[in-house]
Structures are given as C-alpha cells and as structure tokens.
Design a protein around this ligand. Structure first.
Ligand SMILES: *[C@@H]1O[C@H](CO)[C@@H](O)[C@H](O)[C@H]1NC(C)=O
Ligand SMILES: *[C@@H]1O[C@H](CO)[C@@H](O)[C@H](O)[C@H]1NC(C)=O
Ligand SMILES: *[C@@H]1O[C@H](CO)[C@@H](O)[C@H](O)[C@H]1NC(C)=O
Ligand SMILES: *[C@@H]1O[C@H](CO)[C@@H](O)[C@H](O)[C@H]1NC(C)=O
Ligand SMILES: *[C@@H]1O[C@H](CO)[C@@H](O)[C@H](O)[C@H]1NC(C)=O
Ligand SMILES: *[C@@H]1O[C@H](CO)[C@@H](O)[C@H](O)[C@H]1NC(C)=O
Ligand SMILES: *[C@@H]1O[C@H](CO)[C@@H](O)[C@H](O)[C@H]1NC(C)=O
Ligand SMILES: *[C@@H]1O[C@H](CO)[C@@H](O)[C@H](O)[C@H]1NC(C)=O
Length: 613
C-alpha cells in the first residue's frame, strides 16, 4: 500500500512539474503539416494559444462511437460547438484528420475520404488555431489559404464576417449536424436575409422570413458584409462607409464574456454570451433574437412554416415550440419540430358522401393561414362545419367573421393566434378523436407496470433560482451520488445546497427533514416501471405531501421550460442508478443536460432501493 502510495506521489509530482511545460510546448496554436488526429476519446485536440478554442474530434456521448469534427469553446462545461464541416455527419471511432500540403483530409477508419478543404494544390505549410476561434491554413509565405471563418456552418464569432454570397445553415436538430431547413445569407443586393428551403436539392428558396433591409436607395449605400465585431455587436457594413447595427442593445463586454451568434436549428438567429469567469454552469445567455416571432414571420406560399406540416407553432421565451394538433402525431418521433401525421386522411375514394361518418373537433386560437381551397362567404359556424362534413376533400375549416375557409392536407404555417377570434375545426372519423398527444414521448406509454415513483432531488435553495440550480446541481450530482448508505442528517442538509437521494435514502430520511421538503425543496414525479410496485406505493403514500408540492413547483417555476426539465429529470435518474456502471460520467451527464446527447428513458432504481425499511 505504501509502495502504491509512493508511486502515485512520484507520478503526481511528475505531472506537476511537466504538465505546464507540455501544455506550453504544444500550445502555441501552430500545427505543422503531417500532423494528424484520430477520433478516440483520448485524442487531444489542437488548442488555440489561450486555450479558449479547440479543434478536433468531439465525442458525442460516452460509450458512443460517434465523433464530430469541430471547433468548440474549450473552457466552458458545455464545450459548445461553433464550427463543423457543413452538412457532414458524425464520424465513427478511428476516423482520422490529417493536415497535409493539400489541406485538411477527413477519412473514415477504412481510409475513405469523407471531407476535405478543397482546392489548395499542395501549398499548405502549417495551420493555426487562433484565439478568435478561427482555424487557418497558411502558405509558407504566411498567406492565408483557408479559414473556418470563411466556411461557417451555423455560428459566427466576434471578428468574423459574412461576405456577399456567404451563408449559415441551421442544423437539423440540436444534436443532428445534418443541414436543416433554415438559411441566413448575405445577398448581392446588400440584404442579410433568412429563408427556409423545404427540399435541400432546390436551388431556390422559400420566401424570406427576415431581412436586414440594407440594400440601400442605390448601390453606393448598399450593404456588403455582416460584421460581428470584437465588442460583440453585429452590424451590416455599407459601401458608403456607414453601418447598420442589428444588435439592439449593448451586450456585456467581450473582455468578460464569450460571444457567439447561431442560426439555431429552430430557425431563430440568436446572439448569446457566456461569462468567461464563472462558477457552476451558467450556460449561454440569449441577448438578441432575429426574427422576433418566427411563427408569424415565416409566411411564404411554399414550405411548411416554422414547424413541420400540420404542426402548430407558438412562441415561448422568444423561441418557437411546435406541437401536433390533437389527433396528429410526429412523423419522426426524434424531431419535435418536424411534420405531423394525421390519424385520418379524408378521401373521396368511396364516392359516397356520408357526413354522418365524420365529426369535427374544434381547436381554439389555431390558424393555418395558407393552403385554402375554397372560401364560403357569408357563412355561419354551423354552415361552415356542415360544408366541411359534406365535402370529402375537406380536412379542416377555419371560421372567422362570417367567412369559412376550407383546407386540404397538408396544413402549413400553423400557429397559435389569439388575436383573430377564429375557430379551427379538424375532421375525424366519428368516435375516433384521440387525446392530445404531447410531442415529448411519454415514457409511461411504453412500460408494462405503471406506477408513480417519486424521486426527490431536494433543493434547499430559494425557488427562484430553480432552473439554474438544476444546471449546477446535476453537474454536482455525479460526484455527490457516489452512492452512500449514509442517511443525511438535518445538519448535512443545511450545510450543502444540494442533496440527491436514492429512493431508499429518501424514504428513510423523510422523517428527518419533512419540514424542509415541504418548504424549499422540489420533488419530481416520475412515471415509470417500478419493479416492486406495492412497496413503491407504500412509499409514495408517505410522500403525498411532497407530491403536492412538486406539482406546485412544476407549475410556478418550470412549466415554461418543461422539456428541459424532463431532460434534467431523466439525467438525474440515470445518476442515481444503484448499478454504478449504469451511471453516466460527468461529461456525459453534462452533454445530456445540454441536449447534445439524447437522454434515453432510464430504468428504475432497483427494487432494493425502493424498499422502505
Ligand atoms: C508558426 O509557424 C510558422 C512557420 O513555421 C512561423 O513562422 C510562426 O512564427 C509560428 N508561430 C508561432 C506562434 O509559433
Ligand atoms: C489571429 O486573429 C487575429 C484577429 O483576427 C489576427 O490579427 C491574427 O493575425 C490572427 N493570427 C493568425 C496567425 O492567423
Ligand atoms: C504566397 O504564395 C502564394 C502562392 O504561391 C502567392 O499567390 C502569394 O502571392 C504569395 N504571397 C506573398 C506575400 O508572397
Ligand atoms: C441526422 O438526420 C439525417 C437526415 O434526417 C439522418 O439521415 C441522419 O441519420 C441523422 N444523423 C444522426 C446522427 O442521427
Ligand atoms: C446614390 O446616392 C448618393 C448619395 O446617397 C448620391 O450622391 C448618388 O448620386 C446616388 N447615385 C445614383 C446613381 O442615384
Ligand atoms: C473570477 O471571479 C472570482 C470570484 O468572483 C474573482 O475572485 C476573480 O478575480 C475573477 N477572475 C477574473 C479573471 O476576473
Ligand atoms: C346556413 O344553413 C341553413 C340551413 O342549412 C340555411 O337555411 C342558411 O341559408 C345557410 N346560411 C348561409 C349564410 O349560408
Ligand atoms: C368582418 O367582415 C366585415 C364584412 O366583410 C368587415 O366589414 C369587417 O371589418 C370584418 N371585421 C373584422 C373584425 O375583420
């Protein structure tokens, strides 16, 4: 034992002595031709001299064989990706990136070329990972041959520009780096515009949903460049030397904050900042959004709108949330922003119109303003619905102010609009109207024995910092939850801001700090498969009071951010698995929290931990 101790000590001393030297030696940002990286969890990326940015393979989750070639913020827990070769998918373990005279070459483990920096005819001498986040390939005479800043994906950084014909393309989803539907482009006429493109192979775009309106009265005053300056302000530079500033208000200074602006996967171009000096995980704070209401701004005659076909968009915290209407479900369950599939498609195949076979379901304040095929005016509500029931083409009608619009599938540009006083009616087969299905898959639908298990992650903090707390909290969770049999005393509860308990600990501990649970704590109801049902119920009954408080917290604090909360919850449940091999590492937990990695529905803690003893 002593021996091992000494060995460790020597090892630690060696690390202390040599680590700074090592990092200095490989950290001037220069990468010479001939260097390569391999996609494994141990490969160290190419760092910028300050260490703020890294270029290399970022693993997308532990025990995951997928890696994304990317540039990321390397000093923040989120390790937010700011560049990747546009439209590429993650690559398998063992893929390589080589810097040679022809530029960067990305190859799969079998040596097949997946991506490269095109057209640099054997002139590259070295590369440089700049502190700005720009990765540059240089000629031996120091001429810049290729820059990541000139080949952006969905994000721009301070000091980066978008020139005429340059563009950003959104990701497909937060975790899927394939090209999404949204484009931000600097046009030759001087406007910075956003469009959708429903069919990726199209050369044209759907209508604009945002424009900077900087084409100018004549060519001499037109815009020519989007500039994200080093103070964190985004503007359009005009040929006459003027600038039109897009960032509406002053942004916390770049000296204290990281900045980025991303065309997010939901189509909103968002400027964010993140403190450089922080504790816990403050996350990215949104500073500006373009456009202001994407649900309404996407209003072209082609395309599905901000959400997929048949879906309905509403704005929450300036971000679009898409939801399938009652009776419709997601075509791709992994893409909540995608198309919704109807349970029933009206058809005229039967030849016979049998209005008694159908009924209409009213959906309040929802509008699909496009794709009308018939207008009945004047009309009453009853005449409107009757007209739809008697028309085998009709899938829905919108009634407003004595007018009745008949709609065919697919419905597009769906949005919640409470200002118009309209009524929407969707057609169903009689008796077939299903309950509203949430877009977030509900784990309880798939379990055989549904019981309510209460998992309490107790916070003795004020409730106003609820979400922040979870961010910090779950990060600590991994450390905290190295499963301890010890029952926390009230003192311990006070001395730490966070406790996360296994079910057993919780049940045992409840008597000890029931008061606390009632006051400042929050609990979470998890519907899942409880292996030892009866015992779980006993426990749940004991905790009824907590359950009620839980409900309250949900409503007041977290409802706005439910999806995120559910993710946190599931991560929390993964963290308290009795089987330590199931618990995620800290890194994976934080990636799951950020949404980089899908969070699978966790298994219940084992029956032993459920037994109230
Ligand atoms: C990087 O390498 C180039 C070429 O060898 C050299 O000119 C330059 O000074 C180096 N930069 C740094 C920061 O070491
Ligand atoms: C790094 O970026 C700064 C700011 O854009 C620039 O002045 C500098 O020349 C860059 N250095 C290299 C080696 O690319
Ligand atoms: C550097 O080399 C490139 C390619 O040979 C050439 O086009 C460029 O003019 C050179 N730049 C300087 C400053 O010599
Ligand atoms: C991302 O989406 C594309 C297009 O739908 C799909 O082909 C691909 O498999 C997805 N990639 C991942 C990693 O899920
Ligand atoms: C363009 O505008 C500038 C000043 O805004 C004016 O001096 C110039 O004559 C205009 N050119 C044309 C062709 O109208
Ligand atoms: C970071 O924050 C800590 C605590 O607020 C402070 O003591 C420290 O001086 C800060 N460091 C920098 C570089 O601002
Ligand atoms: C509505 O329907 C009723 C009965 O079917 C009919 O008498 C009436 O004229 C209709 N009104 C309109 C405005 O079409
Ligand atoms: C309703 O329709 C009538 C006649 O078409 C029109 O005069 C009136 O302005 C409309 N009211 C609203 C609120 O749109």
């Amino acid at each position: 034992m002593n021996h091992t101790f000494h060995q460790s000590l020597v090892f630690i001393i060696i690390i202390i002595i040599f680590f700074p030297l090592c990092t200095l030696a490989q950290n001037n940002g220069n990468i010479t031709v001939g260097t390569s990286l391999t996609a494994t969890e141990n490969s160290s990326p190419w760092l910028s001299p300050s260490g703020d940015f890294a270029f290399g393979f970022q693993q997308l989750g532990d025990n995951n064989d997928l890696f994304q070639l990317s540039i990321w913020f390397n000093r923040i827990p989120d390790r937010t990706i700011v560049w990747y070769p546009r439209g590429t998918n993650p690559v398998p373990r063992g893929s390589t990136l080589q810097l040679d005279a022809a530029g960067l070459l990305l190859r799969d483990p079998r040596g097949r070329l997946l991506w490269n920096t095109n057209g640099l005819v054997d002139e590259v001498a070295y590369a440089f990972m700049n502190n700005t986040g720009n990765f540059v390939l240089l000629h031996s005479n120091s001429t810049w041959l290729w820059e990541s800043f000139r080949n952006p994906s969905d994000t721009i950084l301070p000091t980066q520009t978008i020139e005429i014909d340059g563009m950003l393309v959104s990701r497909k989803t937060q975790t899927n780096f394939s090209e999404g539907r949204f484009y931000a482009r600097m046009l030759g006429d001087g406007n910075f515009v956003f469009n959708t493109r429903s069919v990726p192979s199209n050369t044209g775009f759907d209508d604009e949903y945002y424009s900077s309106f900087t084409s100018g009265v004549n060519a001499s005053s037109s815009g020519y460049q989007v500039l994200f300056n080093d103070r964190g302000s985004i503007s359009i530079r005009r040929r006459n030397g003027q600038q039109t500033i897009l960032t509406p208000r002053s942004i916390p200074p770049a000296s204290d904050n990281y900045h980025r602006a991303t065309l997010d996967f939901d189509g909103v171009f968002t400027q964010y900042y993140h403190p450089r000096n922080f504790s816990g995980n403050p996350g990215w704070i949104p500073a500006s959004f373009w456009p202001e209401n994407i649900c309404f701004n996407i209003n072209g005659d082609t395309g599905s709108g901000a959400c997929g076909y048949n879906s309905v968009c509403r704005l929450e915290n300036q971000r679009p949330v898409c939801q399938c209407p009652q009776g419709y479900s997601l075509a791709d369950p992994n893409n909540a922003y995608g198309d919704c599939r109807p349970r029933f498609v009206p058809t005229c195949a039967d030849g016979e119109i049998r209005s008694d076979l159908y009924e209409l379901l009213e959906i309040s304040d929802t509008d699909w303003p496009k794709n009308d095929y018939e207008l009945i005016e004047p009309s009453t509500v009853d005449n409107c619905t009757a007209a739809c029931l008697n028309d085998c083409f009709c899938a829905a009608v919108i009634f407003r102010n004595n007018s009745c619009w008949k709609k065919k599938l697919p419905l597009s540009n769906g949005r919640v609009d409470a200002t118009l006083g309209l009524a929407a009616f969707l057609k169903f087969r009689r008796g077939d109207i299903p309950p509203l299905t949430p877009n977030v898959p509900n784990p309880s639908n798939h379990t055989r024995d549904q019981r309510t298990l209460i998992l309490v992650i107790s916070a003795l903090l004020g409730s106003s910092v609820f979400v922040n707390f979870i961010l910090i909290g779950v990060t600590c969770l991994g450390f905290f939850l190295i499963y301890s049999k010890k029952i926390p005393s009230q003192d311990q509860v006070h001395s730490t801001n966070l406790r996360c308990f296994t079910y057993k600990e919780l049940v045992q501990a409840t008597n000890g700090f029931k008061e606390e649970l009632g006051r400042g704590a929050f609990g979470i109801v998890y519907k899942g498969d409880v292996p030892n049902g009866s015992k779980a119920i006993v426990a749940v009954k004991k905790l009824d009071r907590v359950a009620q408080d839980t409900e309250k917290e949900f409503r007041t604090e977290a409802l706005r951010d439910r999806e995120r909360l559910e993710r946190f919850l599931m991560v929390g449940i993964w963290c308290i698995q009795e089987d330590s091999s199931l618990r995620p590492t800290m890194r994976k937990a934080s990636q799951m929290l950020e949404g980089i990695v899908e969070v699978a529905v966790p298994p219940c803690p084992s029956p032993f931990s459920l037994t109230p003893t």
